[in-house]
Design a protein around this ligand. Structure first.
Ligand code: GLC
Length: 506
């Protein structure tokens, strides 16, 4: 066991596993915990510090598992609690921490409370208000006797009533349940939800769907002050366990200042910084987001997080317009101070699958709003044989992904897999890469150049012409081939060790 540093999360590289799509050990077409266990050597070799498992709990999978029917058990499709315990033990044995997803805003409609008609644990009203579901359509569904229940997501995901003490007690207990099983942290789903404005006031007049307002202004169902009381209840529980147990918030709020309120010694440890994920592939927009994020980190006294892809957004190889750009953006991300969250398959350079037949799409957002997140959830190609190591996977794997499979990339020194491995190896060798400060170097408008700790310079060219780096030194890593004269081509990033400095000085 290499574990032991309580602040491990501050500069950790955390790899998100979407269990349904990661690796299938029992051959039923759905990934499982044993599949993750079988790939721990792959993950150790990749060089990640932790894995975050998206939900694997008992669930009808109406929203890919973010509709939890039993928070204390594993869905049979994903395995058993014994498989989970074995996974944690093996991961820890390899020095990999395990973070699990916690879904407190809503449960599944198959949850025993909902099934037993315990309406006071949910948000039932005689009349709906004007709130809309994030997945499209009204946020209310009527039941047989005429009452309506609130679901900010799919109708199969009724919102819990956090004014009810039993709901609060239940989640404190769920935290302890998983902490007792050895988890190192939680990713808190919809961490800005749970508490709704008193009286459930209407949102009122607006142009376009409410979902589009979330980034700009406060709506009465998100980011209410009362949510912070919940985190102040949870933090002492996390702190009562040894070994640095952490929580990271998925909170979509209107400003860095609002986000900062979730973080601190009496609330959560981190929040996802989605602004980096939303930035355009241009030196100027990256720089603006990085400056803003670092200022925000300063504000809360905790390093920020960086994300380029996850299970909710199109993969960055597609979003940024190609693999070269994705690799370049990744090299930038992995050299920034703070922790980095990777999404399974990005290390293979997978694109989003854009041409899934509609009848195979499973995302409830597709059915309600016509937008689908299925394209980033296609199973991971492992082998170079037809099928990529899967039998009848829950979403079809494009035939050409045999060439992108882990097996096909294993021995290719220029593969994306080996780029990620090399970057993570260097990140470990330069302990200051995940921490420390950042100095901006003079550069043309479409070039981003930063010095990370004395000596390590990152240059990203988002322009249209090759640029000669203004730094003398050795190129430690490049996201793509350089010009014969050492210039950096468009859509390429490099890590340069300045002459006269050494990586081990840090
Ligand atoms: C979060 C998850 C997303 C899910 C939603 C409802 O945003 O990341 O996948 O659909 O919450 O739980």
């Amino acid at each position: 066991m290499l574990l032991g540093n309580d602040d491990w999360w501050r500069d950790a590289v955390v790899y998100q596993v979407y269990p349904r799509s990661f690796a299938d050990a029992d051959g039923d077409g759905t990934g499982d915990l044993q599949g993750v266990r079988d790939r721990l050597d792959y993950l150790a070799r990749l060089g990640v510090d932790a894995i975050w498992l998206s939900p694997f709990y008992t669930s009808p999978l109406a929203d890919g598992g973010y509709d939890v029917a039993d928070h204390r058990d594993v869905d049979p499709r994903f395995g058993t609690l014994a498989d989970f315990d074995a996974l944690v033990a093996d991961a820890h044995g390899k020095g990999i921490r395990v973070v699990v997803d916690l879904v407190p805003n809503h449960s599944s409609d198959q949850h025993p409370w909902f099934q037993a008609g315990l309406r006071d644990r949910y948000v039932f009203r005689d009349q709906p208000n004007d709130w809309e579901s994030i997945f499209g359509g009204p946020a209310w569904t009527q039941v047989e006797d005429g009452q309506w229940y609130l679901h900010l997501f799919a109708p199969e995901q009724p919102d819990l009533n956090w004014d009810h003490p039993e709901v609060r007690a239940e989640f404190r207990d769920i935290l302890r349940f998983w902490l007792d099983r050895g988890v190192d942290g939680f990713r808190v789903d919809v961490a800005h939800g749970m508490v709704k404005a008193a009286g459930l006031p209407d949102v009122g007049a607006k142009d376009g769907p409410q979902a589009e307002m979330l980034g700009d202004e406060q709506v009465p169902y998100f980011d209410q002050d009362g949510v912070h009381d919940i985190y102040r209840e949870w933090r002492p529980i996390l702190d009562s366990y040894p070994g640095g147990r952490m929580a990271v918030a998925e909170a979509w709020v209107s400003s860095p200042e609002r986000l900062a309120r979730y973080i601190g010694p009496d609330e959560l440890h981190q929040a996802f910084n989605f602004e980096f994920m939303m930035a355009d592939f241009h030196a100027k927009s990256f720089r603006a987001v990085i400056e803003k994020s670092l200022a925000e980190a300063e504000l809360v006294g905790a390093p920020t997080t960086w994300v380029l892809s996850n299970h909710d957004k199109p993969r960055h190889a597609t979003r940024h317009g190609g693999l070269a750009r994705a690799r370049a953006a990744t090299l930038l991300m992995l050299a920034l101070p703070g922790s980095a969250y990777l999404y399974n398959g990005e290390e293979l350079g997978l694109p989003d699958v854009l041409d899934l037949p509609d009848e195979l799409r499973q995302d409830p957002a597709f059915l309600r709003r016509g937008e689908s997140r299925d394209g980033c959830r296609v199973p991971i190609p492992w082998t170079a044989e037809p099928g990529c190591g899967w039998v009848d996977p829950w979403l079809p794997i494009p035939a050409e992904w045999t060439a992108l499979s882990a097996a096909a990339q294993e021995d290719d020194p220029d593969s994306t897999l080996n780029l990620y491995r090399a970057a993570l190896r260097l990140r470990r060798r330069h302990p200051a890469l995940g921490g420390g400060t950042l100095t901006w170097l003079d550069s043309p408008e479409d070039v981003l150049a930063v010095e990370r700790h004395p000596g390590l310079v990152v240059v990203l060219n988002t322009g249209e012409r090759p640029v000669r780096p203004d730094v003398a030194g050795e190129v430690l890593l490049a996201s793509g081939p350089l010009e014969a004269d050492g210039s950096i081509p468009p859509d390429t990033a490099v890590w340069i060790q300045r002459s006269g400095s050494s990586p081990d000085e840090s």
